[in-house]
Design a protein around this ligand. Structure first.
Ligand code: ADP
Ligand code: MG
Length: 455
């Protein structure tokens, strides 16, 4: 189905096409028409199948922009995912003037959020803890809300979040549309959903975990030093962007140190870090300045990073759903990917679950692994930090212009540009990093010199 066939405005279709989306993904085709009819929906579709746009498109279409009140609330389990959804929501609503999308997440100052709320917004994207705090302090007017979305809904309704979600839902108008999305659900989802959704429609898209897309290999580990296997696992697969999952923060830290000692460039992400650092780590990994990101399950849900080609489960996930979400960070939007899982004797039971869910996994011996020494594990880019961002009206186009016209780089030298309120990051091909650094330090951007750092 083409976007032209949807019952949405012409301007909206044009905007979607400008994002180079041509056809709807299967879940979008199944969900958007029903969501446009204000149905309550529980949608299940595999990781990377475009569920974000599947809920954003219908809710943007029904948004009344002239009514400057909160109409839509999207809840997500992590700050990183909330920010990513906000970004997609903003892109998809570009054809409408003055849509205000506000994120309310923990880890950043509370007061500025209160002030933003006083100025009203149309769409709120939030993590549960922080929005609940605003609700309890009466900072937020939800009387005009007509749509609630739970992304990663099974996670949002599990033990860790359920009470918070329940409290949030109690403070919303009961007459509203509710949309649930995830790649996985437990059997009791319908029963659970009936507590706060009226006659939800269940939509399940395609073969949930298509076979050929994620190539899964398992290695049994006995007494080996696990970290010493990582270079061989990466080099034999010629991977360039690798996400490694550990079950605990402490393992992440240890592994990061060990890989660092082996001379690899690694980043490590966990919830102990300050949000500023978490954001920067996400930037440096997604713009391909570092080949390896080590993370807890903080990164297993919903995050979309282009072109991750290898996921390594350094520890086997605690259950099959977590495993599914972790490996779903690769092979997204129609691409293929690899997933390698290390397991031990005590994981046999979990392994049985995985075998029953994924038909075509393969098992290899660690002893057959050999490091492909001709392969260098490195990234194509490095990052420059610029001490100015959206608040200084510094846009991606300005930075691009300064680098091309001012510094003399070509377009191909410049990678992803990420803008934050007070700073920006630009990925530069390694070979021209110094030229870019020296040049940009001595070039005005939008008539001003900014402080530049190499990251
Ligand atoms: P999910 O939530 O199902 O895991 P996402 O919503 O994060 O997946 O989407 C994965 C990727 O697919 C994103 O990069 C998104 O921009 C892209 N995408 C979404 N819809 C389409 C489409 N109709 N055509 C092409 N790419 C799409
Ligand atoms: Mg998603």
């Amino acid at each position: 189905m083409l976007f032209d066939e949807l019952a949405i405005s012409k301007e909206f279709i044009k905007n979607i096409k400008s994002l180079t989306y041509t056809k709807l993904t299967q879940i979008q085709e199944q969900m958007i028409p029903l969501a446009l009819e204000a149905k309550n929906i529980i949608a299940q579709a595999k990781t990377g199948s475009g569920k974000t746009a599947a809920f954003c498109i219908p809710i943007i279409e029904k948004l009344e922009v002239k009514k400057f009140r909160i109409q839509i609330l999207v809840l997500a389990p992590t700050r990183e995912l909330a920010n990513q959804i906000a970004q997609e929501m903003r892109q998809l609503s570009r054809h409408i003037h003055n849509v205000k999308v506000l994120t309310l997440c923990g880890g950043v100052a509370f007061k500025p959020q209160v002030i933003s709320l006083q100025h009203e917004a149309h769409i709120i994207i939030a993590t549960p803890g922080r929005i609940l705090k605003h609700i309890r302090e009466d900072n937020i007017n939800l009387k005009h809300l007509n749509t609630l979305v739970l992304d990663e809904a099974d996670r949002m309704l599990d033990m860790g979040f359920y009470e918070d979600i329940n409290d949030i839902i109690q403070s919303l108008p009961s007459k509203r549309q509710t949309l649930l999305l995830s790649a996985t659900y437990d059997d009791n989802i319908k029963k659970l959903a009936n507590n706060f959704m009226q006659s939800p429609i269940l939509i399940k898209s395609e073969v949930l975990h298509e076979r050929t897309i994620i190539n899964q290999t398992f290695y049994k580990i006995s007494n080996q030093n696990k970290s010493s296997l990582i270079p061989a696992l990466i080099s034999t697969n010629k991977a360039k962007s690798i996400l490694i999952f550990c079950n605990m923060k402490i393992t992440c830290e240890q592994l990061a140190d060990e890989l660092d000692d082996l001379g690899l460039d690694v980043l490590s992400l966990n919830s102990n870090l300050e949000q500023k650092d978490r954001d920067e780590i996400m930037v440096l990994f997604s713009n391909k300045s570092y080949p390896i990101l080590i993370a807890t399950d903080l990164a297993s849900r919903g995050l979309h990073i282009d072109n991750i080609d290898l996921v390594i489960n350094y520890d086997l996930a605690h259950d099959i759903n977590i495993h599914t979400h972790r490996i779903g960070r690769t092979a997204r939007a129609g691409n293929t990917g690899m997933a390698i899982s290390l397991y031990q004797d005590e994981d046999e039971e979990k392994l049985e679950d995985i075998k029953s869910c994924f038909a075509d996994i393969s098992f290899e011996e660690v002893s057959n692994l050999s490091d492909n020494l001709s392969y260098t594990i490195d990234s194509d880019y490095r990052t420059l930090y610029i001490n100015g961002g959206k608040k200084q009206k510094l846009r991606a186009g300005d930075i691009l212009g300064a680098l091309i016209i001012g510094v003399g780089l070509v377009k191909e030298d410049i990678g992803k540009i990420d803008s934050f309120p007070f700073c920006s990051y630009v990925a530069i091909k390694t070979a021209v990093l110094n030229k870019a650094y020296d040049g940009l330090s001595n070039t005005k951007i939008k008539g001003k010199y900014f402080r530049i750092h190499k990251k």
